[in-house]
Design a protein around this ligand. Structure first.
Ligand SMILES: Nc1ncnc2c1ncn2[C@@H]1O[C@H](COP(=O)(O)OP(=O)(O)O)[C@@H](O)[C@H]1O
Ligand SMILES: CC(C)(COP(=O)(O)O)[C@@H](O)C(=O)NCCC(=O)O
Length: 411
């Protein structure tokens, strides 16, 4: 989005164009500067300050707040903009479902020569109607603005943005954005990348910083609503090698259906108190111990969800009565995570890559999944592959599309 201290004449001109259904010229609407000279060439005016990644479950909004603003720039900033900045930065909750992840905030970052703070905000994509209504109420429709946007919703909601808030979407590819955003944030934050040491030992398990300054090649496993696997071999050199529809959306959907929970946070909380072995059938339930010849340990899940509906050594009714909502949530989490880990490992093997970066909001507040992935990658690769994680797990697409503004041509 390119909010700026629009000069009255430009706003009037744009409004008239909009009223008469004339297309607003790209050079005006895309970056807030006007090659016809109607706008000042103040870089504060010309910068887009928002990047948006509109995904299948969550909309991620990254807001860059410049902190090196001169007195003149501040004075020329129009009231609507001041209010929007205040509203975004003084609150950490917006309406019932919008949240600012204050713990992820990044100060003193430089974006296109400007120094400032990056704020990270999210809300459910299903609330897009309310978001647009709020943006309208805050006066966004009166500004000459462009939102840098990526994710499927950048296409799906394009018309809504124009109709509701007079905003044009500068659209960027979601994987280009993801990779660019990831590299940028990683370079800015020395604590960004980490791995889990001793993931199966609660007392010794710890997050350990990982130096990712020499990154290539690596695999990205983006666990959003669905899962995409990208093999990255250099700057601007990547391919999507695989994917699965069984992802974060599946976990939340199944968990809600099975346990009656109503949010991701609740699902994770339930899973934290659950025992998946009440639901899953383990190798030892079948073998009585390890299946040594092929290296299958007894506590490995042999068959997900099959403990409570099987015949043989287990009485199914008895088993079912012992299964709690917590157990069901945990088993769902373990099933989905192990499946993703297994696909990730096969892709890494096929691509001959040993570092796998797991990102996406499925990993938000989800140490259970991260530790499982860490253990699975290490165990099944006999210590040759490493699972890596990033602190800003779900926000890279939003950052990346903001960075690409003016750099490449949006679609
Ligand atoms: N507050 C939340 N609401 C909904 N899903 C959440 C939330 N926090 C984490 N998630 C998980 O993150 C997934 C979405 O991840 P994300 O990377 O944002 O993907 P997408 O771009 O498809 O929306 C959800 O399917 C869910 O598993
Ligand atoms: C279609 C998507 C790229 C959309 O991204 P998302 O909103 O899930 O982050 C993703 O859901 C995906 O890659 N799904 C898996 C499709 C498949 O390979 O089976």
């Amino acid at each position: 989005m390119a909010p700026h201290s629009c000069k009255g004449c430009l706003r009037t001109r744009i409004a008239r164009m909009a009223e008469s259904n004339k297309e607003i010229p790209m050079e005006v609407s895309m970056n807030g500067s006007d090659t016809n000279g109607l706008m000042g060439d103040n870089p504060f005016e010309a910068m887009p300050w928002f990047g948006m990644d509109i995904g299948g479950s969550l909309c991620k909004l990254v807001y860059f707040e410049p902190k090196d603003t001169t007195k003149d720039e501040l004075e020329s900033e129009i009231e609507v903009l001041k209010n929007i900045r205040r509203y975004l930065t003084k609150n950490s909750a917006y309406g019932k479902t919008g949240h600012r992840d204050t713990h992820l905030q990044m100060d003193n970052v430089v974006i296109r020569g400007r120094k400032g703070t990056l704020h990270f905000i999210r809300f459910p994509t299903s609330e897009m109607g309310n978001f647009l209504a709020l943006a309208r109420m805050k006066g966004m429709a009166n500004l000459v603005t462009t939102v840098c946007a990526t994710g499927g919703g950048a296409y799906k909601f394009e018309e809504n943005f124009i109709r509701e808030v007079n905003m044009k979407l500068a659209k960027f590819d979601e994987f280009d954005s993801l990779i660019k955003g990831m590299h940028y944030i990683e370079a800015q934050n020395s604590d960004e990348c980490y791995y889990w040491a001793n993931p199966t030992d609660e007392t010794r398990c710890a997050k350990v910083n990982y130096d990712f300054s020499n990154p290539y090649p690596f695999l990205i496993v983006n666990i959003g609503s669905g899962v995409s696997v990208l093999s990255v071999n250099g700057p601007n050199n990547y391919k999507r090698v695989s994917g699965t529809s069984i992802g974060g959306g599946t976990f939340l959907g199944l968990c809600c259906l099975l346990t009656g929970c109503n949010s991701f946070e609740e699902a994770i909380e339930l899973a934290t108190g659950g025992d998946h072995t009440h639901v899953d059938k383990l190798v030892r339930d079948i073998y009585g111990g390890d299946y040594e010849r092929f290296g299958l340990p007894g506590d490995l899940v042999a068959s997900s969800f099959s403990a409570c509906c099987s015949f043989g050594q287990m009485n199914s009714r008895d088993r079912r009565s012992k299964v709690s909502r917590e157990d069901l949530a945990k088993a769902t989490l373990v099933t989905i995570t192990n499946n993703i880990g297994s696909i990730a490992r096969m892709c890494a093997q096929q691509e001959k890559i040993d570092r796998v970066l797991f990102i996406g909001n499925f990993l938000r507040v989800n140490p259970i999944a991260m530790k499982l992935l860490a253990y699975a990658m290490d165990y099944w690769s006999k210590g040759t592959m490493k699972a890596l994680f990033l602190e800003h797990e779900g926000y890279f697409g939003a950052v990346g599309c903001l960075l690409q503004f003016n750099e490449t041509t949006p679609s």
